[in-house]
Design a protein around this ligand. Structure first.
Ligand SMILES: Nc1ncnc2c1ncn2[C@@H]1O[C@H](COP(=O)(O)OP(=O)(O)OP(=O)(O)O)[C@@H](O)[C@H]1O
Length: 618
């Protein structure tokens, strides 16, 4: 999804606050326990290292002297060889258990959160305005749902918890160091500004790389989907190699970003290692100097260096995780931008339900522009269109291509809202109606009906939940679809759609008509429902449609005027305006645009009954 540049300036705190509120806080207990495990594992690492001092001093330097573990337990020197290794094993075991508990919780938490984000993204997508969905390629949504959500998971579960663990280890280790020798610890702390500089620098690089990679992932998904959709064109034009090259280019661009990000992540650790080693060198020099004056024991020094190395390791993890967090935050920003776009087609708070029974539809001085945000200077798509259709009436919209016929139909179910005027049902502005109630009362049959990858029965029943098998069959019979469905190997249980059986255009169309029969809505929209069919299919479909239209308020679009001659009224739409209206015979007689179109299709005879359908199409 395209991210406005300004997003990146969004302050961190609200973003983190939102991640907490919307996703993490619901898993508070699990998160708390995993943090506790992480803290425990971190603390135990320091405890383990603290054993070094008594071990070295007691076992090697002052053999025979009593040994005190962690300043708490005295162990007799003769037992030291047994107790010290045992203490190491016990602490290490506890640390392992804490780490395992943390990992198991974090995995569950993380994947739960990804699922959450994916479902919310899908919900936002499916509820988005048609205008927005049309303006973006579906590849963008796919890549967001599949990839970006995972980046957020990595950052906010593995990242947050590991970060806590290593940050706590770091604190515990530094505290232990201070306990052994505060002056040396001060030297260590001198390395902090250098490390924070490294984190900042590499964090910035990963963020930039993550943004680039996300855009290219989007482009890759788009390219893949486009190629699959357009596979026939690609093959007939022999463009396989060219498409391969185009995709290879996107892949290469994506890789460049991913490599840059991976480099930044991989370099952050070793760079902080370098600083850590510089600190070790400084500590060595100073400790050596102190040892000469007898201020430092060998055990103390060994423990200090051990702690320092452990600190270096945790530091490396913390810098690494900082880059992972940067990536996750970049993804989160993008996702939230997508989630935050509110649909403009909304229901009023006091929206009403439509009454049962027949409905009258009207467009009352409607004007409409697809893009009202841009001042293009071009005339709007529809200007001052007034149309009405009563129950049992059929009105036809005809006219030159691009005139605005399909746009008129899209206004009725509120796929788009009018810019001026109003669409009304039974005299009530549709913006005052419940969306669900409005759409429930409209059936739409288009030129290329969409079938889901499911059974024929499920496809017919799509618009009416809980329809019985008998109702489905009855609808199929009315749509002249029953015979061909029954002849299929698995009848109504045959799968159709993407991975299923391919049906002919006429068969698909009749399934869509059966769907409309089952929905039994009082308003019927037919958008070129028969124009893709051959004569035989058209006769069947036309007959089915006529049965469907009976008693409903029907608005139909047809390029072939032969299919609109029997309409109660014909509206001729040109350049977004109604330029003529009336019955077929009257319009032919009038000698205007309709008469011209009819002449082109040899339909200018005296009465519809005497005219043979023309099959040349518009
Ligand atoms: N989603 C959209 N966004 C922007 N402009 C659009 C959109 N859909 C259609 N248009 C424009 O609106 C105008 C009317 O298109 P519409 O599809 O309503 O015409 P039509 O009369 O149904 O054409 P046809 O007979 O070719 O199907 C055209 O200029 C078209 O380019």
């Amino acid at each position: 999804m395209t991210t406005p540049a300004t997003d990146m300036a969004e302050p961190l705190r609200p973003l983190l606050g939102r991640i907490w509120r919307d996703y993490l806080s619901r898993h508070k207990t699990a998160l708390f326990i995993s943090m506790l495990c992480a803290a425990l594992a971190g603390g135990l690492s320091a405890v383990l290292l603290k054993l070094l001092e008594p071990a070295v001093n007691g076992l090697f330097v002052q053999q025979g002297a009593p040994i005190r573990l962690w300043g708490l337990f005295d162990i007799p020197p003769e037992r030291a060889l047994l107790f010290i290794p045992l203490a190491i094993v016990a602490v290490a075991l506890a640390r392992t258990l804490a780490s395992l508990g943390q990992a198991a919780l974090v995995n569950r938490l993380g994947h739960g959160i990804v699922g959450d984000i994916q479902v919310r993204l899908f919900a936002a997508m499916i509820r988005a305005d048609l205008a927005r969905l049309r303006s973006q390629h579906s590849g963008a949504f796919v890549s967001s749902v599949l990839f970006d959500a995972n980046l957020v998971r990595e950052a906010f579960t593995t990242g947050v918890v590991n970060y806590t663990q290593h940050a706590l280890t770091l604190i515990a280790v530094i505290a232990s160091m201070a306990f052994i020798d505060w002056r040396l610890t001060l030297i260590v702390l001198l390395g902090v500004p250098a490390v924070s500089l490294i984190m900042r620098r590499f964090g910035k690089k990963t963020r930039k790389a993550a943004r680039g990679a996300m855009t290219e992932t989007e482009n890759l998904s788009t390219a893949l989907m486009e190629n699959l959709d357009g596979v026939r064109l690609i093959k007939i034009e022999n463009r396989e190699a060219a498409e391969e090259a185009r995709v290879a280019e996107v892949v290469a661009r994506r890789q460049r970003h991913i490599i840059k990000g991976a480099d930044a992540r991989a370099f952050a650790g070793p760079s902080s290692d370098l600083v850590a080693m510089g600190v070790v060198a400084a500590v060595m020099a100073y400790a050596g100097f102190r040892a000469q004056s007898g201020d430092m024991t060998v055990g103390g020094f060994a423990a200090f260096i051990g702690l320092l190395l452990a600190a270096g390791q945790s530091l490396r993890q913390v810098t690494n995780l900082a880059t992972v967090m940067s990536e996750g935050l970049t993804a989160a920003r993008r996702l939230f931008t997508a989630l935050d776009i509110e649909p403009e087609i909304r229901e009023a708070a006091d929206a009403a339900d439509l009454p049962d029974g027949p409905l009258t539809v009207a467009l009352d001085h409607v004007s409409f522009a697809y893009d009202t945000t841009r001042e293009t200077g071009a005339p709007p798509t529809l200007s001052d269109v007034s149309i009405s259709v009563k129950p049992g009436e059929t009105i036809a919209l005809v006219g030159p291509s691009g005139g605005g016929k399909s746009t008129i139909l899209s206004l009725l179910p509120r796929f788009y809202d009018v810019t001026a005027g109003a669409v009304t049902v039974n005299g009530q502005d549709i913006r005052e109606l419940k969306l669900h109630s409005l759409r429930e009362r409209i059936a739409l049959v288009t030129q290329e009906p969409f079938l889901f990858d499911d059974t024929i029965a499920a496809n017919i029943a799509y618009g009416r939940k809980g329809a019985s098998a008998e109702q489905i069959i009855e609808a199929a019979r009315s749509a002249a679809a029953h015979d061909f469905i029954a002849a299929l190997p698995e009848g109504y249980a045959t799968r159709v759609g993407e991975a299923g059986m391919r049906l002919s255009g006429g068969q698909r169309q009749r399934i869509a008509i059966a769907r409309a029969f089952l929905k039994d809505a009082p308003i019927l929209l037919l958008d070129e429902a028969t124009s893709a069919l051959d004569t035989e299919s058209e006769t069947l479909v036309q007959a089915a449609l006529e049965r469907l239209m009976h008693g409903r308020a029907t608005l139909l679009i047809a390029h072939r005027l032969s299919t609109v001659q029997n309409a109660d009224r014909i509206y001729v739409i040109e350049a977004g305006r109604v330029v003529e209206q009336g019955a077929h015979a009257a319009l032919v007689k009038k000698g205007g645009l309709y008469a011209r179109l009819a002449r082109q299709q040899s339909l200018d005879g005296p009465s519809p009954a005497s005219v043979l359908p023309d099959e040349t199409g518009a």
